[in-house]
Design a protein around this ligand. Structure first.
Ligand code: BTN
Length: 321
């Protein structure tokens, strides 16, 4: 662990409490100058640290910066914290996860960031990821390690898990818009981008990268006009919960994968669906058409009835309400 990580761990574990530079140096086993440098680094990354001459340093109780040290108290016993990599800013956690997957990352490795400068959504869309207000994370999965979940249903599984965790934290209904969006009160709060990494030589599906982007406390003015009209955040203001939510998603993702049956998972997915029984606009390739969403099958396909009475099963695609 670096001096910066150790300093942060001390401050995170005792939020609001002051430590003199000398005390921190002694506890960590480094020089006061090294502690001072670490504090400066943390401040420059945006950690709200109070420095008071006679008292020393303390992390504000309301700090909501994502960090491994902030997540640790909430991680389950079976989660290996050393596999969680937190970045202050990154182009895209999915990009980084894919790089790591092909260079030998372990199943269960997590990449998480306070900001993405090139966050990606489905179909090449941008996923706007403003700093310190959302959770942007990617999980690296080896399909063999999660035998209960078929790779083609990984997005549905992730949607069920994340919707459940977000409902728990907000006390609100979080609905799933087929196939990968989570909605709160009619607006999108979370998008999921699942990408496969295949072995070019064997053609085998080696890795799945599950990317999850959540607007936690994002002020809508931070979004572009286009996104503002369709997106919302979980909370109106800062809630000191990002570390807790992120840790709980990781816990539940790996915990439930061992016990959840595919049947149960798809039943929950249908229950949480906000499209079944409603008119939708289907985007299929370059054509759009109106239809009624009738059902979601166990293989994840959306069944729609077109206005001419024809029924179609959509395996992939996008619908809007
Ligand atoms: C969508 O809305 O179409 C999916 C959005 C997925 C966004 C997440 S944020 C973490 C991960 N990294 C990315 O670049 N994208 C995913």
């Amino acid at each position: 662990m670096t001096v910066k990580s150790k300093t942060l761990e001390m401050l995170e574990n005792h939020r609001g409490e002051f430590f003199s530079g000398e005390k921190l140096a002694e506890k960590i086993g480094v020089s006061r100058n090294a502690v001072w440098k670490a504090i400066k680094q943390l401040e420059s990354e945006g950690y709200p640290i109070n420095a008071v001459k006679s008292k020393g340093y303390s992390l504000e109780e309301t700090s909501d910066k994502l960090s491994l040290q902030g997540m640790k108290p909430y991680l389950g016993k079976s989660i290996n914290a050393t596999q969680i990599n937190v970045y202050d800013s990154i182009d895209s956690t999915n990009n980084r996860a894919k790089e790591l997957a092909v260079t030998g990352a372990e199943h269960g490795t997590v990449i998480i960031a306070n900001e993405q400068t090139k966050g990606r959504g489905r179909y090449g869309k941008v996923f706007e990821s403003p700093k310190d207000t959302g959770i942007y994370m990617s999980l690296i999965i080896r399909p063999d390690e999660l035998p209960n979940i078929e790779p083609s249903l990984m997005t549905a599984y992730s949607a069920v898990i994340v919707a459940d965790v977000l409902s728990h934290f907000t006390g609100e209904n979080i609905g799933i818009k087929w196939v990968n969006d989570l909605f709160l009160k009619g607006k999108k709060v979370c998008g999921i981008l699942t990408e496969a990494v295949t072995n070019l030589e064997t053609g085998k599906l080696d890795w799945i990268v599950v990317g999850i982007g959540i607007n936690v406390s994002t002020d809508s003015r931070l979004f572009s006009d286009q996104v503002q009209s369709v997106a919302t955040a979980l909370f109106d203001d800062k809630n000191v919960v990002r570390n807790h939510i992120a840790a709980e998603i990781i816990n539940q993702f790996f915990l439930q994968a061992n016990s959840m049956t595919q049947q149960k998972m798809m039943d929950i997915y249908r229950q949480k669906s906000i499209v079944i029984g409603r008119p939708v606009s289907v985007v299929s390739g370059t054509t759009n058409y109106d239809a009624i969403a009738e059902d979601i099958l166990d293989n994840g396909s959306l069944v729609v009835k077109r206005s001419d009475g024809q029924t179609q099963e959509l395996r992939f695609g996008e619908v809007s309400l």
